[in-house]
Design a binder for this molecule. Structure first.
Ligand SMILES: *[C@@H]1O[C@H](CO)[C@@H](O)[C@H](O)[C@H]1NC(C)=O
Ligand SMILES: *[C@@H]1O[C@H](CO)[C@@H](O)[C@H](O)[C@H]1NC(C)=O
Length: 488
């Protein structure tokens, strides 16, 4: 995504574990480290070159942030208790956007709070591009929540990341919880998820060290408890999707010509065909798990140039090189898909960074969303597309089963389970979506545009009634109140 993500060997200084810290200091330490990062990010220069003038700009910015009236501070008396949410807030990616959705939901819906909310970056490297692409109000909220001062003994810590980042971290990251002495905190909650059919023993062990494990779906409740995580600790807390931000009525479509790169097919100029293609969109990190091979196979076998369709792949690298166009060409050659007589169906890649603020417009410029993953934790692009009233085709396995139904979209049947062949989850199982069924569903969505639109509208209704920030915030706040009443 950004150059900073490509260099995990050189983490920022704040990533050093600091096991022996006293009761109040660490949070002050966090404040300065985090703000220095934000400062560097906000005005786009390296942290090491802070001139007095730049510091002055920064101080002005801070003053601005301080001067925003705080809803929570106006209420008296101010609660002692804190919830410290630690997550890869500055990284972009799945856990990051998930964490943002929780804290904005809680902040916006907290009415009679028994606690104050604090946040800390943890679990992955910071991405300058991601921070800069955030809407201004989110940046301001982050800075404000980061300044919440808490006593550790009155704080519930939520470690929202993969368990390998929890104390003691298996890689270099600011540890969560920040202290080795677990008793220092009121309670510890791990918020995590996986994309395969099980949880490995090291992760089970780390989960069982926590007081609670929050997972987003019933699928995870099953896989976690079946793998040995103490069932009394496992709680389902679904994810919110920002249905106000992702509201199709508020946006004009993005001009796709400004961001796309042609990979296959010839753009059409003929007058005899409609001048706008039927657009399938997919959004994913470039990795095998996401089933991009399945998607390309189904799309290129089913459609050809004269169908008047286009596939857009918004992607970014995942430990892979950048040349997606070339990878796709090689893949098409190796998989021996026959080139149709009238030519390939249009296939575009969008591999430049699309800022968070432009995402709704990207969805708005599409007719259908498709993601045949082999496994998903939650599938944020899916719920975002659904909130944007798009008909969605996604694998009927793992996370998406929590929200995708035949009433609000197109669950893609799986052909079989298959073994994960490499990486940290080698030997686990995940789903192999059916290429033939995907071909049929994509053709169906295109040929039954009215039905597909109706399902898209239903998708938005379901997102509003089940996964809106207000609804999910209530669940989270109730969980926190339950912990507080048990611990105090
Ligand atoms: C937590 O520690 C602070 C400062 O040491 C102390 O004033 C407060 O009473 C403690 N709170 C609880 C719930 O023990
Ligand atoms: C999706 O999976 C569930 C659970 O296995 C099953 O009951 C349902 O029929 C499936 N739906 C489709 C469309 O395959």
């Amino acid at each position: 995504m950004s150059s900073s993500m490509a260099t995990p060997e050189t983490p920022p200084q704040s990533s050093q574990p600091r096991p022996s810290i006293s009761n109040h200091k660490p949070f002050i330490y966090f404040v300065s480290s985090f703000l220095m990062i934000l400062l560097a990010v906000s005005v786009s220069f390296p942290r090491s070159s802070l001139s007095p003038r730049k510091l002055a700009i920064f101080n002005k910015f801070l003053w601005f942030v301080h001067s925003i009236p705080d809803k929570m501070q106006n209420q008296s008396p101010k609660p002692h208790f804190c919830v410290l949410w630690m997550a890869p807030f500055l990284s972009g990616g799945g856990y990051s956007s998930e964490a943002w959705s929780y804290i904005t939901a809680i902040h916006g819906n907290i009415k009679n709070p028994l606690f104050r909310l604090a946040i800390e970056h943890h679990g992955d490297l910071e991405s300058v591009e991601f921070w800069e692409g955030l809407p201004q109000h989110m940046k301001a909220l982050a800075l404000r929540l980061h300044q919440t001062q808490c006593n550790m003994n009155e704080t519930i810590v939520i470690c929202h990341s993969e368990p390998g980042a929890w104390y003691p971290p298996l890689f270099r990251t600011f540890p969560c919880p920040p202290s080795a002495r677990r008793g220092d905190f009121l309670s510890l909650v791990g918020r995590t998820m996986f994309e395969t059919d099980r949880v490995n023993p090291e992760h089970v062990n780390r989960c069982n060290q926590m007081d609670f494990i929050w997972v987003p779906t019933q699928f995870h409740v099953s896989t976690f408890t079946q793998s040995g995580v103490d069932p009394s600790k496992v709680v389902k807390v679904v994810q919110p999707v920002d249905v106000d931000f992702f509201d199709p009525l508020n946006y004009e479509p993005l001009d796709l010509r400004s961001v796309r790169k042609l990979v296959l097919g010839k753009p059409r100029y003929s007058k005899s065909v409609p001048n706008r293609e039927f657009v399938f969109l997919s959004v994913f990190k470039w990795e095998y798990r996401k089933g991009w091979d399945v998607l390309l196979k189904a799309y290129l076998k089913e459609f050809s140039h004269d169908d008047g369709v286009a596939l857009y792949l918004l992607t970014n690298p995942y430990h892979s090189d950048d040349d997606f166009g070339n990878e796709i060409s090689v893949f098409v050659k190796d998989s021996k898909i026959e080139r149709p007589i009238d030519g390939w169906a249009l296939t575009y890649v969008i591999d430049s960074h699309v800022a968070q603020v432009d995402l709704p417009r990207l969805y708005k410029s599409s007719d259908a969303f498709v993601l045949p993953s082999r496994g998903e934790g939650w599938g944020r692009p899916l719920v975002e597309a659904m909130a944007m009233s798009l008909p969605v085709i996604a694998t009927n396995w793992s996370g998406p089963m929590e929200y995708l139904t035949e009433d609000n979209g197109y669950p893609l049947p799986i052909a079989k389970m298959s073994e994960v062949m490499e990486g940290p989850f080698k030997g686990h199982l995940w789903a192999e979506p059916s290429v033939e069924r995907l071909q049929a569903l994509m053709r169906h969505v295109m040929s039954n545009a009215e039905e597909a639109k109706a399902k898209g509208r239903r998708a938005r209704e379901d997102m509003i009634s089940q996964f809106s920030p207000e609804i999910v915030a209530e669940t989270v706040i109730n969980q926190i109140h339950t912990i507080l009443s048990e611990r105090t």
